[in-house]
Design a protein around this ligand. Structure first.
Ligand SMILES: Cc1cc2ncn([C@H]3O[C@H](COP(=O)(O)O)[C@@H](O)[C@H]3O)c2cc1C
Ligand SMILES: O=C(O)c1cccnc1
Length: 360
């Protein structure tokens, strides 16, 4: 493995148990029955453990949108043509995509990074980390070279490192995984099946909305990709190389980079879930830094979350990607942080505490 990638993986530490315990103790002193804020409380405790700060505050939140194209589009696996990736990229850079609206609404920035779009896209706000012009068709052979998969993972991790360095003066960062890439639900399904051994029939979904014939074709394409490439389930880089995508690899890098910097990383939907499985396989310690924002409507997402042992915060029947579910969940994360900082304790407010009240 590439030395830089090895160093990145080795630099991921366990969360801070002391800060998590302090957060838990503080929650029990607030003017409410113990545990009564439910998952908001476990969220606050996890965020304290991740950051090492009892009462964290995320004044910089960034949606990292990784964009790339997929050679497998020539198999007719998407309801939309491949050129929509670049068209949507311009839309996103102009602030008109769903993620721009939801990120603005949540007070987050959107960083758009080209790791493999099949065109020379130039825009002052686009970060160019292009590894190659899209992947090759996974139904016929490997998506990319192993060195390219490593380069894409590192591009994601380095984008996080740069954002963290820039934020030093301005407070703690939190990252949301986002993506853009027509055809990427097919590559993500192949990655999930290769890493988990689950069958394509239970993982492949309709993506942008293919009809029943399209779904049957998509399942056959994923079966062929696994058959032709024989990815090694015990080698996540091999899986990304053979059946993955450049943005999926880069998102695995975003997750590893966030974990290495003790930043929470909020997972969006199915594509982010595939990247998270790859990140966890590369660095098991990264799992503690992941939060699942929502349950996507894409067929395989529930199975991915079960594999990751994560419970989604929201269930809104969304199936868009871009980081949209992740952005919406930021409202809950901010709420959990404010509870920690702003609620009065029993002592502060002169409220009698429960005699032996326990968490139910
Ligand atoms: C207009 C438009 C905007 C999108 N924004 C995200 N996606 C999402 O859909 C694509 C994956 O679905 P599939 O595998 O079926 O192609 C990715 O671009 C993903 O980000 C979009 C798709 C479209 C059409
Ligand atoms: O769950 C997702 O992230 C998703 C689903 C369909 C299409 N694009 C993204």
């Amino acid at each position: 493995m590439n030395d830089k990638l090895r160093q990145l993986i080795d630099s991921i530490a366990q969360p801070d148990g002391v800060a998590a315990s302090a957060a838990s103790a503080h929650l029990d002193q607030l003017t409410k029955p113990p545990g009564s804020l439910g998952k908001l409380e476990s969220l606050a405790i996890q965020l304290a453990g991740i950051t090492g700060v009892d009462k964290p505050e995320f004044d910089r939140k960034t949606v990292m949108v990784m964009a790339a194209d997929h050679g497998v589009c020539e198999e007719g696996v998407s309801a939309f043509p491949a050129e929509v990736t670049q068209q949507m990229l311009y839309n996103m850079l102009s602030g008109g995509a769903a993620i721009n609206v939801l990120a603005r609404h949540a007070g987050a920035d959107v960083q758009v990074i080209d790791v493999g779009v099949n065109a020379d896209v130039a825009h002052p706000d686009l970060v160019n980390r292009k590894v190659r012009m899209g992947t090759s068709n996974i139904a016929k052979g490997p998506a990319m070279l192993r060195t390219e998969a490593e380069q894409a993972v590192l591009a994601g991790a380095e984008a996080v490192a740069e954002a963290v360095a820039e934020a030093v003066k301005r407070g703690t960062r939190l990252f949301v995984t986002g993506e853009l890439g027509i055809g990427n639900t097919t590559a993500s399904a192949a990655v999930v099946c290769a890493l988990t051994g689950l069958e394509p029939e239970v993982i492949v979904g309709r993506g942008t909305g293919v009809d029943s014939a399209g779904l049957t074709r998509k399942i056959a394409v994923v079966c062929r990709a696994l058959d032709v490439n024989q990815p090694d389930a015990n080698d996540a880089l091999d899986v990304l190389t053979k059946v993955g995508g450049l943005e999926i690899a880069a998102l695995a890098g975003v997750i590893l980079g966030a974990a290495a910097h003790r930043c929470p990383v909020v997972l969006d939907g199915f594509i982010s879930g595939a990247a998270a499985l790859a990140a966890r396989a590369l660095a098991p310690a990264s799992a503690a830094y992941m939060l699942a924002s929502h349950a996507s409507d894409e067929r395989g997402h529930a199975a991915v979350l079960r594999q990751l042992k994560l419970e989604p915060m929201l269930q809104l029947d969304m199936r868009l990607g871009e980081g949209t579910g992740g952005a919406l969940s930021l409202h809950l994360i901010d709420a959990a942080c404010r509870i920690m900082r702003e609620m009065a304790t029993f002592a502060d407010a002169g409220v009698s505490d429960g005699q032996g009240a326990a968490q139910r």
